[in-house]
Design a protein around this ligand. Structure first.
Ligand code: SF4
Ligand code: SF4
Length: 474
């Protein structure tokens, strides 16, 4: 490739020669991808902020209360006993992200990651509103501390801090729930020192991320970004520069064949389509030059595609000099095709989704554990009966109260409760202690299989298999 500055291989775009931070001032973009990104971003932001505050049937849509081990996903409650579902869900999510990355590169990072959405759609836009476009921001930062600079910087960081506080509160609402969050805000602060400290720590972290770290999160800190190198192959769709079409790059010279759209440039010299305007570099939030090829820092935000399409429109060349394409697509003109790796990932993903769906649908509404009391074998009772002592633990996984009953399926078995089952409030658990009596003559083995049927509000919810110990009568 002609004209490539190889220094990108050893220098980070946001690093000075002396190793210090080089602040990036990405230029704002407009165009079809930017418009779609804005729609996607506002949709996702609305969902993110609504998640813990929208309640259905008296419960939030989402809750991830790690401390109390209570989880609600799309209004469905999950308990520590459902941890296997969380594990399979996480595995499914990881495979999904893997498959998504193999096929679409880092589109997640540029279009759906909260870090990018907050940074590019909220914090950067507010910064532009207060400090002006990329050139004004650069001049302001380079200039002396005038009254204007102090006012603008104070206003910007004040708004950033407030926004970080709002994000921190939302994040906390996901963890502890809306009501507990409101209690922290409205009660005497002394009663919620832990909650207030978390709130301030999260606020500080978000402020640091959006005011200072910015693209460093995507290029250096985020492990997903670092993994991309092993996930992508030459058939993955990524934001790519068509070097065959674009090179040799260079300014075009005006000639007599100027079209109505080509007031700035027109075709004359035998050069590629890239006019080396560097707009694709100026709009890049991570500061890279996509013309150097696929790079770890590219978050596939597609800003450079919009910038370049606008240039192509002006010089009357087809759009898509920078486009979503694979390395094979660019170099061999091959259309995107499903590779063996994609099929394999898809099969695993479908399998996991199927398993997840089955487990969710067949998940019992209550978790029941029946154990014979430890250290006890059996007792002989009056009327030639033998009894075993059992403990029963039931967890109500629903939002409804449950009036519970338990009965053995054998007609000759009798129950005697030491500690009875009662009505179980939503999301709580109860324990019962009970004896089961069997006539001695019905016992033909040391360990007799026994089935206990549990009902809630009159509906059978679980059949539990256990064993009954007794003396063997021939
Ligand atoms: S925006 Fe397009 S034409 Fe301009 S430098 Fe980038 S690739 Fe070349
Ligand atoms: S190279 Fe293009 S797609 Fe990649 S981060 Fe920069 S602007 Fe976004």
């Amino acid at each position: 490739m002609v004209g490539i500055d190889e220094s990108f291989r050893v220098n980070l775009p946001n690093q000075q020669a002396d190793g210090g931070r080089k602040w990036l001032y990405p230029r704002a973009t407009s165009g079809r991808f930017t418009r779609w990104r804005i729609w996607v971003a506002w949709g996702l932001l609305s969902a993110l902020f609504a998640g813990p505050f929208v309640w259905v049937d008296g419960h939030p849509l989402f809750l991830f209360n790690v401390l109390e081990r209570r989880f609600i996903v799309f209004g469905v409650p999950f308990w520590p006993q459902d941890f296997y579902l969380v594990a399979i869900g996480l595995l499914t999510f990881i495979v999904f992200i893997g498959l998504f990355t193999v096929v679409f590169g880092r589109v997640w990072c540029g279009w759906a990651c909260p870090q990018t959405i907050f940074m590019e759609m909220i914090f950067r836009k507010i910064e532009t509103l207060i400090e002006g476009d990329h050139n004004r921001k650069r001049r302001l930062d380079a200039g002396p501390w005038t009254t204007e600079k102090v006012v603008k910087k104070t206003t910007k960081h004040g708004v950033f801090f407030l926004l970080s506080f709002v994000i921190s509160n939302t994040f906390l609402a996901y963890l502890i729930g809306r009501d507990q969050l409101f209690a922290i805000i409205t009660d005497d602060p002394v009663e919620h020192l832990g909650g207030l400290t978390s709130m301030l720590v999260f606020t500080g972290v978000f402020y640091l991320v959006f005011a200072r770290l910015r693209e460093i999160v995507c290029t250096t800190i985020c492990p997903y970004g670092r993994l991309q190198g092993v996930m992508l192959d030459k058939n993955s769709l990524v934001v790519a520069y068509d070097h065959l079409r674009g090179e040799p790059r260079g300014k075009k010279v005006k000639n007599e064949h100027v079209t109505p759209h080509s007031s700035l440039f027109s075709l004359n010299a035998p050069k590629g389509d890239c006019v080396d305007c560097k707009l694709c570099v100026q709009v890049c939030p991570t500061g890279i030059d996509i013309r150097n090829g696929i790079q770890l820092e590219c978050i596939n935000c597609t800003a450079c595609m919009d910038a370049c399409d606008a240039v192509m429109d002006k010089i009357d060349r087809p759009r898509g000099l920078i486009r979503m394409d694979s390395q094979s697509g660019i170099e061999q003109g091959k259309p995107f095709r499903l590779t063996g790796r994609i099929w394999a990932y898809s099969a695993v993903l479908l399998g996991l989704l199927g398993l997840m769906g089955f487990l969710l649908v067949s998940r019992p509404v209550a978790d029941v554990t029946v154990l014979r009391a430890p250290g006890q074998l059996y007792q002989r009772g009056p009327g030639q009966t033998v009894s075993n002592l059992y403990s029963v633990e039931i967890i109500n996984k629903t939002y409804r109260s449950m009036t519970l009953t338990i009965r053995p399926t054998r007609a000759d078995a009798r129950l005697r409760f030491v500690q009875p089952l009662g009505t179980l409030p939503p999301g709580s658990h109860t324990k019962a202690l009970l004896f089961i009596d069997l006539p001695e003559r019905a016992i033909h083995e040391n360990s007799t299989p026994l089935t206990l049927q549990i009902t809630a509000n009159g509906e059978p919810i679980n059949d539990i298999e256990t064993t009954f110990l007794g003396p063997m009568i021939d």
